[in-house]
Design a protein around this ligand. Structure first.
Ligand SMILES: C[S@@+](CC[C@H](N)C(=O)[O-])C[C@H]1O[C@@H](n2cnc3c(N)ncnc32)[C@H](O)[C@@H]1O
Length: 303
């Protein structure tokens, strides 16, 4: 049952999920008959208004999924259109300098709360949604290598007046260990969601999940802490899985810890346990792709 592994004790509002599913079905229907559909009626109560007579696209779904954050107007009013490079090379010398460690008591109201770190946080909206759900019980840190995304995310955080979330412009490969080791509270969850695939074999070394990062995550996690990974690219998911599975002395897949958690025949989680999808995940599922997920838990008693 999904609720048994829900990491934050809440689920996606059923109404929103049903509305999104029905929009997807409508999209397929619309595509097949080349018709139009008025979305404003379906989301009359939402702050996101999708223009009438417009075919549904995946950015519309992203806007709907994060409608509760009420960010849409603020982007255009304050920052205008943010042009962002598709990919960067994390091995280039410009990304080799570790990010400065912040004064944690300046960036979080209570820096002793359990921390979730999202590596490759992209726009940051996924993490903001979580932070808004748990304002007093957890802190959230996004590490992102594209500076403009971090700038925009920090702008949004200010607008939302959240004091339990922070974004750092950082190459996680070089900065994760130092940042996390200085955080005063326990590290309860690390997520690496739809990381850049770097398809070409000669570029695999640019992938974010490499042995030293896996080691740092494992060392820094509190006993019972979790690692959530996912990708819509099977090869990338398998690559990440191999690396975390190889730590089976200290990390167990969640279905071994909690038999009520269901996986498919290949051991991929049937559901996203976070209660919210990431942007890449929304785009991928919109295209009909499968998302491959694993959730690990660090042993509570270490040998
Ligand atoms: C495909 S996007 C996925 C974003 C988000 N996690 C999602 O699922 O929508 C991958 C993100 O990881 C970031 N990234 C790639 N390598 C990184 C690194 N070494 N350190 C931090 N962020 C990185 C990219 O800039 C990009 O925003």
């Amino acid at each position: 049952m999904a609720s048994s592994i829900c990491l934050h004790g809440f689920g996606v509002p059923r109404a929103a999920k049903e509305a999104l599913s029905s929009l997807i079905l409508h999209h397929k229907f619309i595509s097949s008959i080349q018709s139009n559909y008025c979305f404003t009626r379906a989301f009359a109560s939402s702050s996101v208004s999708i223009t009438a007579d417009k075919e549904l696209r995946s950015p519309d779904l992203v806007a709907l999924e994060y409608a509760g954050l009420n960010l849409t107007d603020k982007i255009s009013q304050e920052l205008g259109h943010v042009r962002i490079r598709q990919h960067v090379n994390p091995l280039s010398s410009s990304f080799s300098v570790p990010a400065p460690v912040p004064d944690w008591s300046e960036v979080f109201r209570d820096p002793t709360l359990p921390l979730m770190v999202d590596i490759g946080s992209g726009s940051g909206r996924f993490l903001m949604w979580l932070a808004k759900q748990n304002p007093d019980s957890q802190n959230y840190l996004g590490l992102e290598i594209r500076a403009k995304l971090v700038k925009r995310a920090e702008f949004w955080v200010k607008e939302l007046a959240l004091s339990n979330i922070h974004f750092i412009f950082a190459n996680a490969t070089v900065s994760f260990k130092q940042l996390v080791s200085t955080y005063p509270g326990p590290l309860m969850l690390v997520s690496i969601l739809c990381p850049d695939p770097h398809f070409k074999k000669r570029h695999h070394k640019r992938r974010v999940v490499q042995e030293p990062l896996v080691d740092s995550i494992l060392t820094s996690l509190m006993p019972g802490g979790k690692v959530f990974i996912q990708s819509d690219v099977l090869e990338v998911a398998v690559d990440m899985r191999k690396q975390f599975d190889s730590e089976c002395g200290a990390l167990q897949h969640i279905d071994m810890v909690d038999p009520s958690v269901l996986c498919d025949d290949e051991g991929w989680l049937l559901n996203n346990p976070m209660g919210i999808r990431t942007e890449r995940e929304i785009h991928a599922e919109f295209e009909g792709a499968k998302v491959y997920r694993r959730l690990y838990q660090k042993s509570i008693v270490l040998n």
